[in-house]
Design a protein around this ligand. Structure first.
Ligand code: UT7
Length: 330
C-alpha cells in the first residue's frame, strides 16, 4: 500500500433470473447426461434470462439497486460504475452507461471492462486503484453476463457450462485496516483462439457467413483451457499467499471463479486449504463469467465476519487471470 487511501468492499448485491435450466432439460437438447455434467464440471443447474427485452445492463442495474439499498445511499452519490462483461447489450455504447441510466446515477462516469472470466477481478483492481487515488469515494464494480445470448444450445461441450447472472460490490475508502490489501494480475495473449467469440467484432463483422458458421457463439477448446486454468489459478493463489506470508490455516475463504469444480478443488489443494473454506455455488448457477466471484460473496455474506481473510482468484479467456487478497470490512 503506497497510497494514503485504502479501498474496502462496503456492500454486495446481485441479480439472478428466475428460470432454472437443469441438466435434465439439457439432456433433451444435446447428447449428454446429468451424471457426466456433474462429475466433469460440478454443475446441476443454471439460471437463464428468458425475457428477450432484458440483457446484461438490466441485470447489472438490478444488482446495483440492491447494493445501494443495502448501503442506504442515493444513486447520485456514485462516482463511477465499472461493468465487467463479455455479453454487453450492444457493441457500443457501454452496458455500464445503460445501467447508469436505469439506476439514476447521474453523477457517475460509467464504462465496461472486458476480461472474460477474470472480468470482476480486473474491475475490482481498477476500482480499487480509483479509490486509492483519492479522487473517488463510491465506485460500483459489477460483473454481469447473459451467457445464454452467445451459447450454442446444439454444442454439448459449451452449452452445459454457462448461465446468466449479475453481482457486484460498492468500493469506498476504508476506515480501518480492513479492505483490499494486495493483488496479482496476469494476461497472456498467445492463446486467444482457444476461447473466443469469433464473430461480431471488427475482425469478423456480422454477415450471413458469420451466422452460418456459428461465429457469434462461444468457441472453446476445453482441454487446453482446462490445463492452463488449473495451473494459472493455483499458481497465482499460492503466489499471493506467499507474498503476504499466509498459510492455508491463515486464509478464511477462497472465493474462486466458478468454471469447473475440478479446477476449484485443484486450487484449494495447492493452497493447502480445508475444503470447508472454499465458496462453491457452481452447482446452482454454472459459469456466469464475470458474475461468479461476486455471486459467491453475495451467497456467503451472512457467514463472513469483519477481518476474515479472503483470496479471490480467477482465470479466463484472453488468457486473463489473477488473485486478490482482502480482509472483509463489513
Ligand atoms: O471460465 C473460463 C475458463 N474456462 C474453463 O475453465 C473451462 C475449462 N474446461 C473444462 O472445464 C473442461 O475441459 C470441460 C468441462 C469443458 C470438458 O471436460 P473434459 O474433461 O476436458 O472433457 P473433454 O473435452 O476432454 O471430453 C471428454 C469426452 C469427449 O469424448 P471422447 O472424445 O473422449 O469420446 C467429449 O466428446 O467427453 C465428451 N463430452 C461430453 N459427453 C457428455 C464433451 N462434452 C460432453 C457432454 N456430455 N456435455
Amino acid at each position: 500500500m503506497h497510497s494514503n487511501y485504502k479501498a474496502k468492499i462496503s456492500a454486495v448485491g446481485h441479480y439472478l433470473p428466475d428460470y432454472v435450466l437443469t441438466n435434465q432439460e439439457l439432456e433433451k437438447l444435446v447428447e449428454t447426461n446429468d451424471e457426466w455434467i456433474r462429475t466433469r464440471t460440478g454443475i446441476s443447474e443454471r439460471r437463464i434470462l428468458k425475457d428477450p427485452d432484458k440483457a446484461s445492463a438490466f441485470m447489472a442495474a438490478e444488482a446495483a439497486k440492491e447494493i445501494l439499498q443495502q448501503r442506504k445511499i442515493d444513486p447520485e452519490a456514485i462516482d463511477a460504475i465499472i461493468v465487467a462483461t463479455v455479453t454487453p447489450d450492444y457493441m457500443f455504447p457501454a452496458t455500464a452507461c445503460i445501467a447508469q441510466s436505469m439506476i439514476g446515477a447521474k453523477n457517475a462516469f460509467a464504462f465496461d471492462l472486458s476480461a472474460a472470466c477474470s472480468g470482476f477481478l480486473y474491475a475490482l483492481e481498477t476500482g480499487t486503484s480509483m479509490i486509492e487515488s483519492g479522487r473517488y469515494k463510491n465506485v460500483l464494480v459489477i460483473g454481469s453476463d447473459k451467457m445464454s445470448a452467445i451459447t450454442d444450445y446444439t454444442d454439448r461441450t459449451t452449452c452445459i457450462l454457462f448461465g446468466d447472472g449479475a453481482a457486484g460490490v460498492l468500493l469506498e475508502p476504508a476506515d480501518d485496516e480492513n479492505g483490499i490489501i494486495d493483488s496479482i494480475m496476469h494476461s497472456e495473449g498467445d492463446m486467444t483462439q482457444t476461447l473466443i467469440q469469433l464473430g461480431g467484432g471488427s475482425r469478423n463483422p456480422a454477415s450471413h457467413e458469420t451466422v452460418d458458421k456459428k461465429m457469434h457463439y462461444i468457441f472453446q477448446e476445453g482441454r487446453p483451457v482446462f490445463k492452463r486454468a488449473t495451473e494459472g489459478m493455483a499458481d497465482v493463489s499460492v503466489e499471493i499467499m506467499k507474498k503476504n506470508n499466509l498459510t492455508g490455516d491463515d486464509v478464511d475463504w477462497l472465493v474462486p471463479h466458478q468454471a469447473n469444480l475440478r479446477i476449484i478443488d485443484a486450487t484449494a489443494r495447492r493452497m493447502n486449504l480445508d475444503p470447508a473454506k472454499v465458496m462453491i455455488n457452481i452447482d446452482k448457477y454454472g459459469n456466469t463469467t464475470a458474475a461468479t466471484i461476486p455471486l459467491c460473496l453475495y451467497d456467503w455474506k451472512d457467514r463472513l465476519n469483519k477481518g476474515d481473510k479472503l483470496i479471490l482468484a480467477a482465470f479466463g479467456g484472453g488468457y486473463t487471470w489473477g488473485a486478490t487478497y482482502l480482509t472483509w470490512a463489513i
